[in-house]
Design a protein. Sequence first.
Length: 129
Amino acid sequence: MTIESAGEESATLFVIDVDGIVERSPLSFLEFGADGRPLYELRRLYTGATNHDVPTEAIIARLQPGASSAPHRHMGYELIYVIEGGFETEHGVFGKNSVVLMKPDTVHKTISAKGCLALVIRDKPFCEP
């Protein structure tokens, strides 16, 4: 089976199951309202559980220009791959093709002056500092 690329105009999500069945759908986003982030949009790709019944998740995050977050802490690892644009924290500025690994208990605040599209994988949820 051959799958055509989604093209460059819009993002497309391809989901392939164990039988090789492919679901293809536009990559739609939902506003993320937690923590006062009005310019954050998320597309959850999956949520699972580790050996300790703690949810893991993979998301595509879209930060509009001017997006920022309040300081927050992740209880586990957070891996971020910047697809487009960029963001900054008190730890540095991360642009396109940056791979950022936040270790457990890292506190950070995110700002994206020009917008950002990123793949985010977390093994535990975040919480207030």
